[in-house]
Design a protein around this ligand. Sequence first.
Ligand code: FES
Length: 104
Amino acid sequence: MADFFKVTTRDALPPGGKALAEVDGRPIAVFNVDGTFYAIDDVCTHDGGPLAEGELEGVEVRCPRHGARFDVRTGKALCMPAFEPVTSHAVEVHGDDIYVALND
Ligand code: FES
């Protein structure tokens, strides 16, 4: 079973919020969608754009570089210019703390 690493807290990541974390040397974007937390790779599969800097609308994040959108729940690419999904990761919440386990 993968190890969970603390990435942030509920207080630091309110609904609609985004955060960039590093888990085991890997950049991970963490999102709060109406109180549920999701984590995906921070690297857009089109050309490496930083997804944690993208606009979050509902469950979709828009890459700030060329506008590809991804479903933060699954990592699925929703529109061009990205075709490949980003990897999504497991999230657990314990008290105020949010943990992510890498899913390779
Ligand atoms: S790098 Fe993300 S859409 Fe191009």
